[in-house]
Write a protein that binds this ligand. Structure first.
Ligand SMILES: *Cc1c(COP(=O)(O)O)cnc(C)c1O
Length: 360
């Protein structure tokens, strides 16, 4: 019986007889067709729910392989810089396979859910005064001098594992999508998807590759602006990165597929997050909603999407960042006494606790 990503995609992964089996049940996430927006826009939109991975983000797809290779290479410690999800994932796998996990985070910029995960799984968490890019630089220096395995996406096995997202999409649609929208932070994931689609095409499992749209947040958009951003800022903390490590690979994905890097404002991100929740029943984190915000933006500026198959990668679960969502709720819980009359009255006159208002 096939159960793991390795069972399904072994021939595409860098494994050998010394690679241990490492898994927490990552991958095989739902590809859900949009119910309301496919109709509204006259195309076929699918959402890849990467928040359904074991620690709530796509990071698990690459982390299982990074850990397997670290163990194969006799490492007993792993380290990462993190905007949150990498640390949650690393800490979970580290706990399960008895590797000490060290996490370097930028102070005050981690969503509560993510930080709590890393703490509960038992990582050693070190907060620095500085942003993600500075944390990653620190990690590179320390890992080398202390012989600790880096499990950020500069670890090539992370990208190898994350390719499986592309395989699953092709396997599920029976072909590659026409367009793919996804958030871009450190640019590892877009590079992975590109590699995955390319390998499937080379093996003739699919005949085409999607056009890639890499979405960044307006004030954290080094790949759109064509320069390093010194002080990136956005509510979408997972893509709050000013100097993407995999910039070159990501540019290749965009250029070769004739796609585009695009930036969206925080307001557009929250709007998209709200639409996904209220119109599709999908609660993803702000960075993930950037992909859908990018699609809306392209449609509004005239991109012809008629009858096209479009995939938006929703990279992480909305429960990771409850504080941010709570801030934008439009109304409060209705309070009333328990008698039927009062409850009836509340049902007739009370307001739903909608999330933000539609702005497009
Ligand atoms: C890590 C992450 C991203 C960005 O992915 P990169 O590979 O750094 O470009 C986007 N969304 C979420 C939820 C993430 O955790």
């Amino acid at each position: 019986m096939k159960r793991t990503l390795v069972d399904y995609y072994k021939e595409f992964l860098p494994l050998n007889s010394n690679t241990p089996q490492v898994t927490l049940g990552e991958g095989f996430t739902p590809l859900v067709k949009s119910n309301n927006f496919s109709k509204e826009f006259g195309c076929n939109i699918y959402f890849k729910l990467e928040g359904c991975n074991p620690t709530g983000s796509f990071k698990d797809r690459g982390m299982f392989l990074a850990l397997a290779k670290a163990i194969e290479n006799n490492k007993n410690k792993i380290i990462c810089a993190s905007t949150g999800n990498t640390s949650a994932s690393a800490a979970a796998y580290g706990a399960r396979y008895n590797l000490e996990t060290i996490v370097i985070i930028p102070s005050g910029k981690i969503a509560v859910g993510k930080l709590l995960q890393a703490m509960v799984y038992g990582a050693k968490i070190i907060s620095i005064k500085g942003n993600f890019d500075q944390a990653l630089l620190a990690v590179k220096n320390i890992a080398e001098s202390m012989d600790i395995e880096i499990v950020n996406s500069i670890n090539p096995y992370r990208l190898e594992g994350q390719k499986t997202g592309a395989f699953e999409i092709v396997d599920s649609l029976g072909k590659s999508p026409d367009l793919q929208f996804m958030p871009v932070g450190n640019a590892g994931n877009i590079s992975s998807y590109y590699k995955g689609y390319k390998e499937y095409k080379e093996k003739k499992i699919s005949s085409e590759m999607p056009v890639f749209y890499g979405i960044q947040a307006e004030k954290s958009a080094p790949l759109v602006d064509g320069k390093v951003i010194q002080n990136p800022s956005t509510i979408a903390t997972a893509i709050r990165i000013g100097n993407p490590a995999s910039a070159e690979l990501a540019k290749e994905a965009i250029n070769k597929s004739k796609g585009e890097f695009l930036k969206v404002s925080d307001k557009e991100i929250i709007n998209a997050q709200s639409l996904l929740a209220n119109k599709e029943g999908i609660f993803c984190e702000p960075a993930s909603a950037a992909s859908f915000a990018g699609l809306i933006k392209k449609i509004n500026s005239g991109l012809d999407v008629k009858n096209r198959i479009i995939v938006c990668i929703l990279t992480g679960n909305g429960l990771k960042d409850p504080g941010n969502a709570e801030k934008y709720l439009s109304s409060k819980i209705i309070k009333t006494s328990p008698d039927p009359k009062s409850i009836q009255n509340a049902i007739y006159t009370g307001k739903s606790t909608n999330f933000f208002k539609r702005i497009f």
